[in-house]
Design a protein around this ligand. Structure first.
Ligand code: LER
Ligand code: MN
Length: 285
């Protein structure tokens, strides 16, 4: 189990909408380590512009793990998706995701598929969108398997896509892709909107889950709004989840305060339910 904070690599445009810590990577990693985080989830858009050995060295120097690399800004900033009706955009999306997989492979991390899956669109049969998505997900899963990387399909709420909003839909899609490294991830912010109960979702789907995003019901730091993180962490432990957790939050009121307050709210719960020793021993990526 690791508690991670989302960190944007330097080529991601600075924006108040980005849910990650931004700024020079070395400073960010040192600061998050000082606060107490075990690692990071990178949000990246163009890994070709990064020096991969330097990123790896910074992680080693600070003793931080990289658990996952998020592909969300490939859609957010570049508008690329694997189900775009334009075949050249679909190809660019797959190529960019593969580049992120290669980067993740070097760091020993996994990647997620969130908004880069695109949406169902008027004028395009749903079956066609699903066929493009399955074909692309098999292709990237096979590329990822050669690099020991797993893919985490994330359920994303209706405000961001109409394609795979619930965990049930995500698991059905995972089954159709049918590749052993194509798994699920959860985001309690999206679950709060799309599931009848976050706890029931955790109980039913943690066995297929390789990463969990944490944010409060307003996507600010845990403890800021309505979600009950005591119940959430307890249910994760009871369901046998020992994979990484990563905050994915608006940087409110500012990056550093958001990181400090998330840690302050979550760590007593992880210590209460996972215990320090178990927290350090049992580990996925
Ligand atoms: C990605 O992890 C996610 O949760 C999406 O909502 C990105 O906006
Ligand atoms: Mn998320």
């Amino acid at each position: 189990m690791k508690l991670c904070y989302q960190v944007a690599t330097p080529e991601v445009a600075r924006s108040g909408k980005v849910t990650a810590y931004q700024g020079p990577l070395g400073n960010t990693l040192c600061r998050l380590k000082d606060i107490g985080y075990d690692g990071v989830e990178f949000m990246t858009v163009d890994p070709g512009r990064l020096d991969w050995s330097e990123v790896k060295a910074l992680l080693a120097q600070t003793g931080m793990a990289a658990t996952i690399v998020c592909t969300g800004e490939v859609f957010g900033q570049l508008r690329l998706s694997i189900t775009d009706p334009d075949s050249s955009i679909r190809r660019d999306a797959v190529d960019r995701v593969k580049e992120i997989i290669a980067f993740a492979g070097v760091l020993g991390a996994n990647i997620n598929i969130g908004r880069v899956r695109g949406s169902y669109r008027d004028g395009i049969a749903k079956e066609q969108t699903e066929e493009w998505a399955i074909e692309a997900c098999r292709d990237i899963s096979e590329y990822a398997a050669e690099r020991k990387v797993s893919i985490a399909l994330e359920e994303v709420c209706f405000e961001e896509t109409n394609f795979i909003n619930t965990l049930a839909q995500a698991r059905e899609f995972m089954t159709r892709v049918n590749r052993s490294n194509f798994r699920l991830m959860m985001d309690v912010f999206h679950m709060h909107i799309e599931e009848k109960s976050i706890e029931e979702g955790l109980r039913e789907y943690t066995k297929d889950t390789i990463n969990i995003h944490l944010a409060d019901s307003n996507r600010k730091y845990p403890g800021q709004c309505a979600l009950n993180f005591d119940n959430i962490v307890r249910t994760c432990v009871e369901s046998g989840y020992h994979g990484p957790f990563c905050t994915e939050i608006f940087q409110y009121p500012d990056m550093d305060t958001a990181a400090v307050r998330s840690y302050a709210h979550l760590v007593p719960l992880f210590e209460k339910y996972y215990g320090r020793a178990r927290w350090r021993i049992k580990d996925d990526k």
